[in-house]
Every structure is written in C-alpha cells, then in structure tokens.
Design a protein around this ligand. Structure first.
Ligand SMILES: NC(=O)c1ccc[n+]([C@@H]2O[C@H](COP(=O)([O-])OP(=O)(O)OC[C@H]3O[C@@H](n4cnc5c(N)ncnc54)[C@H](OP(=O)(O)O)[C@@H]3O)[C@@H](O)[C@H]2O)c1
Length: 382
C-alpha cells in the first residue's frame, strides 16, 4: 500500500496569499487509513485550499499509520536521504508516531484515530496528557472499560486537549453533539430511543415474510451492508456500544455489561468461524419468523431498537406500532429520539443515513475543525 503524504508544496499548503496573516497551522496524524481513514485523507486534500483561503487554516498532514506501518512526511531528512522521498514506511510505533506528529510543539497536533482498535484507544490518555488532541469514530474508548474512559477524561481535563467522537454514533449525523448541547444548556435527559444500526434497519425494513431472514442476511452481506462477519451486526454489540456512549455522554457511568442485549445469533452459532456461521444461517429463520408473526398479531412491525431510560439500557428486536416513527424510517436510516425536560411532549429527532465511510469521515473532519475553532480559527467565509 502506498499513501501520498502531502509534501510542503502540496494542495494542503495551497498557493500563498499575499498580504494576509500567516495561516494557523494544525499538525494532523491519521491512524487507520482504511475505508474511513482513506475517505478522510481525500476530504482533507479537497478542502485544504478553501480552508486556507477562507479560514487561514492550514491542516498539515504529518503522518499516517496502520497496524504495521507508519508513513512519516517529507520533513524527515534522514528518511529522505535514504529513500529519495518519504513515500516509504517504518514499522508502526504509535507513541513515536504521535511524538512525530506533535513535532516541536510549534502548533497544535490532532490525531484522527480511524481504527476500531482497543490498542489505539489505550493510547488516548497518554496523547491527551501530552496536549495532543484526538478525534475519532472508534467506539472502543467511549464504550470500553469505564476506568480507562475516566483516565482519558482526566487526562484531557488536566491538559486542556480535546477529544471528540461524533462519528461513533450515527456516523455523520449530529447525535453526540446534539446531546452535549442539550445538557450543556441545562436540559435534562429523560430517555433515548434509537435505531442505531443501518444494517439492522435495512434487514427489518425488508423482513416482511416474503423471504426467509437468512436470505436477507445473505443479500445484505453480498451487498457489503454487513460487517465481514454478520454476527458483528446481529449480536447487537455494536448498537450496545453506541448506547453506552450516549449514556456516558449524559453522565451515566454505564458499561456494556449494564446493557440488556437481545442478540439475534443463536447460542450454537456464537462461536466458530465466519464460514461456519454463513453455512448455518438458516438457523435464524424459525425464531425470526415467530417474532414476525407475534408482531403482526399485535398489529405492529419488527424493528431493532436501543433504549435508555434512567439507568436502564436495552438493545434488541421489538414490535413497534405501525404509526411509530421507527416504522416509517427510510431503508437504512438511523433514528435517534431524545426525550428531555424541554423536548418532553415531542421528542427531538435526529435521522438520516447512519453509516458509510464518506459521512463518517466528514464527522471526524468536522471534529477536527471543532478543535481548530476552539483555538480561534474562524469557521465561516464572512
Ligand atoms: N465504515 C463505516 O461506515 C463506519 C461508520 C461509523 C463508524 N465507523 C468506525 O470507523 C472506524 C474505521 O472503520 P473502517 O470501516 O474504516 O475500518 P477499516 O476499513 O477496517 O479500517 C481500519 C483501519 O484501522 C487500522 N488499524 C487497525 N488496528 C490498528 C492499530 N493497532 N494501529 C494502527 N492502525 C490500526 C487498519 O490497518 P490494518 O490494515 O493494518 O489492519 C485499517 O487501516 C471503526 O472504528 C468503525 O467502527 C465506520
């Protein structure tokens, strides 16, 4: 794999503008150039000239790392001397990577963690303590061990470095910041009700009994809508992580163990490799057909719903009334309904496409711009 790191004269450092203030430089490092990380790299390149022109903001991409390699940019003279250009890699070492992105402290540094790795999340506290900002769609830190999450919060609090993770829930939809704004302005959360998985929304929208559930899972898998192993969607664990993130955002010290998770994977298929699971998918059909029949008998439709009420958190399939907002959501939409003291008669609803590398990368990018905005970089062209 090769990654084009912007050299000093790249579009990320667009043409000099005469007689204007020098740009505000933010050093950027990207961990995880997978689907989301690659989309973020493309968006950074595309937006760079406009940000420089309109906001006097220069996002200087310093380095990229995957799990085994890291690419450091052209400022590395030793590397350039050896290789006639820095488009080469070294074995990944994340603390060395972070220190390189931060450089000599001449400007703020932001690391965008676009992995799904606990190993990377384990490093947040150290990075934040060193004053390095972190933006991420990786759910591991915000839904992982509470003790680690508290250490991360304490490190950010002590140094003033920022951690933003809007992309963890609803991809590009403004879910986490909406909740944050409600609470920061004195509102109180009563409950959250959501369809937090585009994959599961798609499956239940399509599941009307005309095809067995297993056929729909196979179709979703073939279309790339599911994770490579569909059990990662069907287990409900990913949705439970999102619910924990929202609960913690609301100040509730919840962990995954506190969420009642009604997974769709039969016990006999929980373990074993992906091929084994795909070979036995039909085992889902009878229980799912029974659930559909029950929902219909009650006059409802099946949906995969996450609920948080007080400290009670649950995730699973349930029958909702045909006039419920979840019954009418578009095919793979995420829907989050916040009931609060202010929004008590009519919930505040955030709805739209809740998955996809482009929209997720845009959430990470917007978080990065939030960091710059907090340092005084203006965000409008006026
Ligand atoms: N895709 C979406 O629509 C979507 C939506 C919302 C949120 N997210 C979240 O966004 C994140 C990225 O998703 P994705 O779809 O882009 O995944 P992906 O394509 O699998 O990419 C993951 C990247 O992380 C890297 N990585 C893994 N472990 C690492 C480590 N220890 N150190 C450094 N890099 C490491 C991988 O590198 P290797 O190739 O070396 O393993 C790969 O480049 C995940 O947390 C996901 O839950 C994704």
């Amino acid at each position: 794999m090769s990654i084009a790191i912007a050299p000093p004269c790249s579009p990320l450092r667009a043409a000099p503008v005469r007689a204007v203030a020098p740009p505000f430089v933010v050093h950027v490092g990207i961990v995880g150039p997978g689907k989301v990380g690659s989309a973020l790299l493309a968006q950074l390149r595309l937006a760079a000239p406009r940000l420089l022109r309109d906001c006097r903001l220069e996002l200087r991409l310093r380095a990229v790392s995957d799990s085994r390699h890291m690419w450091l940019d052209c400022d590395d003279e030793a590397l350039n001397g050896r290789t006639h250009g820095a488009q080469t890699w070294r074995p990944a070492e994340l603390d060395e990577f972070a220190a390189y992105v931060a450089g000599d402290g001449g400007g703020p540094a932001v690391l965008a963690d676009c992995s799904a790795s606990d190993f990377v999340a384990d490093r947040y506290a150290g990075w934040l303590a060193a004053g390095i900002h972190v933006v991420t769609p990786n759910k591991r830190a915000a839904s992982g061990p509470l003790e680690r999450w508290r250490r991360i919060g304490a490190a950010a609090g002590a140094s003033g470095a920022r951690l933003h993770y809007e992309g963890t829930v609803g991809a590009g939809l403004p879910v986490v910041h909406t909740l944050r704004d409600l609470l920061d302005t004195g509102d109180e959360l009563v409950s959250v009700e959501g369809m937090l998985s585009g994959t599961l929304a798609w499956l239940f929208h399509r599941f009307d009994g005309s095809l067995p559930f297993s056929a729909l899972v196979r179709e979703a898998h073939a279309l790339g809508y599911t994770e490579p192993d569909p059990r990662d969607d069907l287990s409900g664990m990913d949705v439970a992580r999102k619910l924990v993130i929202l609960a913690r955002e609301a100040g509730l010290p919840l962990s995954l163990e506190d969420v009642r998770i009604g997974g769709l994977v039969p016990d006999a298929l929980v373990h074993g490799d992906r091929e084994m699971f795909m070979d036995h998918l039909e085992a889902l059909d009878a229980p799912m057909a029974a659930l559909l029949a029950q929902a219909r008998a009650a006059g409802g439709v099946l949906r995969h719903v996450a609920r948080l009420h007080g400290r009670k958190a649950s995730v699973g399939v349930e029958a909702v009334a045909p006039d419920h907002a979840f019954a009418h959501a578009r095919l793979s939409d995420n829907v989050v309904r916040f009931t609060t003291r202010r929004y008590c008669d009519n919930a505040l609803v955030v709805q739209g496409p809740g998955a996809g590398p482009d929209v997720t990368a845009a959430a990470v990018f917007a978080d990065l711009l939030r960091v710059a905005g907090a340092m005084g970089v203006k965000r409008c062209a006026c």
